[in-house]
Design a protein around this ligand. Structure first.
Ligand code: DAH
Length: 350
């Protein structure tokens, strides 16, 4: 029997009780010191076994294994304890009875929903959706639409010019952010032989202050129908159909004479106030009516500018502001709400 071997085991056993109070790094250091495969104390002790006289090997080997098992158990237990402690620390201050957060579910912006509904109604009448660029030249935005030269709308105060250098050519002029979607009428007629039926949603820009009734960037929806034999009756029937489908089958409408350079005759269409249904309230300033769009028969000069034979073809056009229509639907009185992206407001419209 080699007494140094057993004495070593006794020394090691004295360290067993200490394991239960070691922290994480000390525990791993102790594990390496005792059980480490290369230089751990128990590994060293078991290396002595083959050097012992044969009759002592079994007894010492068993003793080494017992001590090893005791240490392994102590290390496993302490590791589990430390894991539990850190789990508790992570949960400290967490109130498990607190209600869960609502899951965030996005949805389309109300103006987007209204644009989709409106285009869908016109698609049902055979109109196709068309779009055009937001940066236009003076020719597309004004001249081709029969605006007289030096019309006040072309003034710097109303129009946002992006490049004062005129684009050369017949259809050029200064570059600007389109002030309406009407220039897409021109683009459609220049690229499509009549019959043309187009519904044109898009952004428009004006040098306006952001106030309760103006937004410098706002949506419009333009409509255009050009064919043989189109009359004001078609205009009225189409727009009244639209108003009934959009606002409800019993909705009353009226047309008032108006003026736009690109239509003749021109009109504005009102629908009965969506809040008071005609009896008069602050939202409709007591009139019982709300204006929803401008419209008219396409001016022959506009057709001529697009190389469309105005003797053969006639047409109607209209333009509306879907943000304003969204406001009428929900009784909102400040257009800024439609463009500020305030989720508390947008969520309240559903
Ligand atoms: N472009 C006009 C505007 O921005 C709206 C408009 C009126 C469009 C009459 C039309 C129309 O197509 O026929 O105020």
């Amino acid at each position: 029997m080699n007494p140094t071997g057993y004495a070593q085991l006794d020394e090691l056993l004295a360290r067993l009780a200490g394991i239960a109070s070691l922290d994480e790094s000390a525990l791993e250091a102790e594990h390496t010191a005792i059980l480490g495969r290369k230089a751990g104390a128990l590994t060293e002790a078991s290396k002595q076994i083959p050097t012992l006289p044969p009759e002592e090997r079994r007894g010492f080997g068993a003793a080494v294994n017992q001590v090893k098992a005791a240490f392994e158990q102590a290390f496993t237990a302490r590791r589990a304890e430390l894991a539990e402690e850190s789990r508790r620390r992570a949960l400290a201050g967490v109130d498990l009875t607190m209600p869960a957060r609502h899951r965030w579910i996005g949805s389309a912006h109300p103006v987007t929903t209204v644009i989709d509904e409106i285009t869908e109604i016109f698609r049902g009448l055979g109109f196709v959706v068309a779009v055009g660029p937001e940066v236009e030249t003076e020719w597309y935005n004004f001249h081709a639409l029969n605006f007289p030269a030096n019309h006040p709308a072309m003034d710097m105060h109303d129009t946002l010019y992006v490049d004062a250098t005129p684009v050369p050519g017949d259809r050029g002029g200064r570059q600007l952010l389109r002030t309406h979607t009407s220039p897409v009428q021109i683009r459609e007629l220049l690229t499509h032989e009549p019959p043309v039926r187009a519904i044109i949603p898009g952004m428009s820009y004006r040098n306006d202050p952001f106030d309760p009734s103006h937004a410098p960037a706002f949506h419009q929806i333009e409509g255009l129908a050009v064919d043989e034999g189109i009359s004001f009756v078609d205009l009225k029937a189409t727009l009244v159909h639209f108003a009934r489908r959009f606002f409800g089958e019993t909705t009353r409408t009226r047309f008032r004479p108006s003026y736009f350079p690109f239509t003749e005759p021109s009109a504005e269409m009102d629908v009965e106030c969506q809040l008071c249904h005609g009896s008069g309230c602050p939202a409709c300033k007591g009139t019982g009516w709300m204006e929803i769009l401008g419209c008219g028969m396409v001016h022959p000069a506009v057709l001529a500018n697009c190389d469309v034979d105005a003797e053969r073809y006639t047409g109607f056009a209209f333009g509306m502001g879907p943000a304003r229509i969204t406001m009428l639907r929900y009784g909102v009185t400040d257009i800024r709400y439609m463009y500020e992206g305030d989720m508390r407001f947008l969520g309240s419209l559903r």
